[in-house]
Design a protein around this ligand. Structure first.
Ligand code: PHE
Length: 445
């Protein structure tokens, strides 16, 4: 029985809090760098518009109508084959899996908040040494901060939708926007700002290959929190009579704007004070701190604020990654919120330890398969495979399985003429794109 509902603003902030995460500020700039900037950004923006926005509305619709955990919502809304559709609800497991590495990264960020107060690396080389030392030998440090992240996230979950999730987002989201907005305005005053704009928006199509396409689609899902029931679960607590299209618009708009603002700001700093757009996951942990160093004391202040904003973004996403499974155990097994939150938290905390170890010297050999460590595998399998599959399931569910008249009666008044485009996108564009992604992952194309 769920009585606590989000307020209107509370829902938008919570859903945007879910979407705006490490994906926007940590992952997006470095994959954009890796795949050559502009062209990749364009493919990503197109995916967000054509596929992401449609799936966002579909996912909200399932949650809003289902009003339950993801498994129950699929089961109850399916007109036929209820037993089979219920399995689509287990996409929520992806959230718990993502948390295995997500919490570890939040731990790194906590560590960087603390160390940036006094120390910044004086060169990229030194920054690299510091980061690698933490990664490959700093087991205790990583475990300590990973545990801190686990405690924070679990605590918020135990407080529920209103007193935990909504309250946290009401404080952290505006704080994050103020910090990033302020730093962005500062970046626009630097001469290298136009270089960042060029890098992010000037398309060099020779850099786009099928891998870049798959990564862009996977990232569009990841950054919008789609395909694993996070948005669905939050939507189950949306106020009756809410406008799903408006809500979806705000979430997509905030998420995309914040990713672009963060990217432009980071690249400006890297052009101005650092070595230009760096590639790879070390971007914000290696190149950026070294660039901040060049700014003197202001750099320390910026570094601390930046990592605080990054931590806030990560924490608000984390609760949404775990909440679907918490809700599942509450709804299906009658567990108390406390028991469900602590159990789910313990799950990702425990496997997170292996994610840490998979980068630590002396252990990583045992936790690496092929070219990827356990940490990288979890990231890859969730973002590149599970989320697109979850999204595909939702598109087919709303586009084909659910009664069209039911879907239409709610969505046409909200979407008006765009209803047909939306429905077409769910039925054809999304499945085809997902199919291409899956084939390409299997190495067929
Ligand atoms: N959207 C979050 C980010 O960008 C991650 C996330 C994925 C959160 C899926 C919830 C569900 O970091």
């Amino acid at each position: 029985m769920k009585v606590a509902r989000f307020s209107k603003m509370g829902f938008i902030l919570a859903a945007a809090g879910s979407a705006v995460g490490l994906g926007n500020i940590w992952k997006f700039p470095y994959i954009a760098g890796e795949y050559g900037g502009g062209a990749f950004v364009l493919v990503y923006l197109l995916t967000v518009l054509l596929i992401g926005f449609s799936i966002m509305i579909a996912e909200m619709l399932i949650g809003y109508l289902g009003r339950k955990d993801t498994v129950t919502s699929f089961e109850e809304l399916a007109p036929t084959h209820k037993g089979r559709w219920k399995f689509a609800g287990f996409q929520s497991l992806a959230g718990l899996f993502i948390m295995i590495f997500y919490s570890v990264v939040i731990g790194w960020i906590f560590n960087y908040i603390v160390t940036s107060v006094t120390t910044l690396p004086s060169s990229v080389k030194e920054a690299e040494t510091t980061f690698n030392a933490m990664l490959h030998t700093g087991f205790k440090t990583q475990l300590f901060y990973h545990t801190a992240a686990f405690i924070w996230i679990t605590y918020v979950l135990t407080k529920g939708i209103k007193g935990g999730i909504e309250k946290m987002n009401f404080i952290l989201m505006p704080a994050l926007m103020v910090i990033l907005g302020g730093m962005f305005i500062y970046a626009t005053t630097l001469d290298t700002f136009h270089q960042a704009v060029e890098f992010m928006f000037y398309p060099d199509w020779s850099k786009i290959n099928s891998t870049a396409f798959v990564v862009a689609v996977g990232h569009a899902f990841f950054t919008l929190s789609l395909g694993m029931g996070a948005i669905m679960t939050y939507s189950a607590s949306m106020e009756k009579g809410s406008n799903l299209v408006k809500n979806a618009f705000w979430v997509v708009f905030l998420d995309t704007t914040i990713a672009i603002v963060a990217g432009l700001m980071l690249f400006t700093f890297l052009y101005q004070y650092g070595s230009g757009p760096a590639k790879g996951p070390g971007l914000v942990f290696i190149s950026l701190p070294a660039a901040f160093y060049e700014m003197g004391v202001l750099g320390n202040i910026f570094a601390v604020l930046f990592f605080i904003a990054l931590a806030f973004a990560g924490l608000t996403s984390s609760v949404s990654l775990v909440e679907p499974m918490v809700q599942y155990f509450i709804d299906r097994f009658g567990w108390s919120r406390l028991k469900a939150s602590i159990s789910m938290g313990t799950f990702f905390w425990f496997f997170g330890i292996f994610a840490i170890l998979s980068n630590v010297d002396g252990y990583k050999e045992f936790l690496t398969w092929g070219s990827k460590s356990f940490f990288d595998w979890v990231d890859y399998v969730t973002a590149a495979i599970m989320l697109p599959l979850g999204g595909l399931a939702m598109a087919i569910f709303v586009g084909f399985a659910m009664d069209k008249s039911k879907v239409e009666s709610i969505m046409r008044p909200q979407l008006k003429w765009a209803f047909d485009i939306w429905y077409f996108s769910l039925r054809y564009i999304t499945p085809v794109a997902m199919f291409v992604v899956i084939l390409s992952l299997m190495g067929i194309i």
